[in-house]
Design a protein around this ligand. Structure first.
Ligand code: DX5
Ligand code: ZN
Length: 216
């Protein structure tokens, strides 16, 4: 499949949020990537319900919600009600990951699992058949604008190979430090969804930046 582009709202201008949402609606993007941080799982707090409500009201493309929070089970239904179509939790934040994935899917949302840079793909061996999405973090989660960690490319290739060998259906998403310089190699390695924050919203022309990242 042609790769998807998911601009990360973390890098948007929150003083002009509706304007930036509408720009993504009109642009070459496929999903909205929505980073929710609790200040506990990661050393940063981003946003929660009020921003999600604004997104739900104005976004015309699927909301891809990336939870960087501890004990995400508490909020699964809430994010469903806030319009999430894909809900991704961190492997490192879940004691009972299988239960969490089932609970997400029971609401009708797609379930994703994210891996921090230090977490090997192999830990997902027994849950891969159940997943809709695997998110490979290519920076340490918590902040936009960080440098891409090259090792993520190997993890994507490994995951793609396992997927092909077993005919698994999950999509592979990459998040952190993605831009024109690495987008092509990420897609070639097997990545289906490129998350891009600063390389879209920090560009002089974000509409053109989305176009370029989509057309590589
Ligand atoms: C980081 C977030 C990312 C972030 C990416 O914890 O999960 O989605 O917004 O930002 P860039 O693309 O600027 O690295
Ligand atoms: Zn993210």
């Amino acid at each position: 499949m042609k790769h998807l582009l998911a601009p990360s709202l973390l890098a948007a201008d929150f003083g002009n949020l509706q304007r930036d949402i509408e720009m993504v609606n009109r642009g070459a993007a496929d999903w909205f990537h929505v980073d929710v941080m609790d200040g506990v799982f990661v050393p940063n707090i981003s946003f929660g319900t009020p921003v999600m409500e604004t997104l739900k009201k104005h976004a015309t493309k699927p909301l891809d919600v990336h939870l960087m929070i501890v004990d995400p089970d508490r909020y699964i239904q809430m994010f469903k009600d806030l319009g999430a179509e894909v809900l991704t939790v961190h492997y490192e934040a879940c004691n009972h990951l299988h239960r969490t994935v089932q609970a997400i899917q029971a609401t009708g949302m797609k379930a994703g699992v994210a891996l921090n840079p230090h977490t090997p793909v192999s830990v997902l061996e027994d849950i891969l058949p159940d997943l809709d999405l695997v998110l490979i973090m290519s920076v340490n989660p918590g902040f936009g604008g960080q440098k891409f960690i090259e090792r993520a490319l190997n993890k994507i290739s490994t995951l793609d190979q396992i997927r092909r060998e077993n005919d698994f259906k999950f999509v592979i998403e990459v998040d952190g430090g993605v831009g024109n310089g690495n987008a092509r190699s990420l897609v070639d390695a097997g990545c289906d969804v490129l998350v891009a924050g600063s390389s879209v919203f920090g560009a002089a022309d974000p509409v053109a930046a989305m176009e370029t990242l989509k057309s590589i």
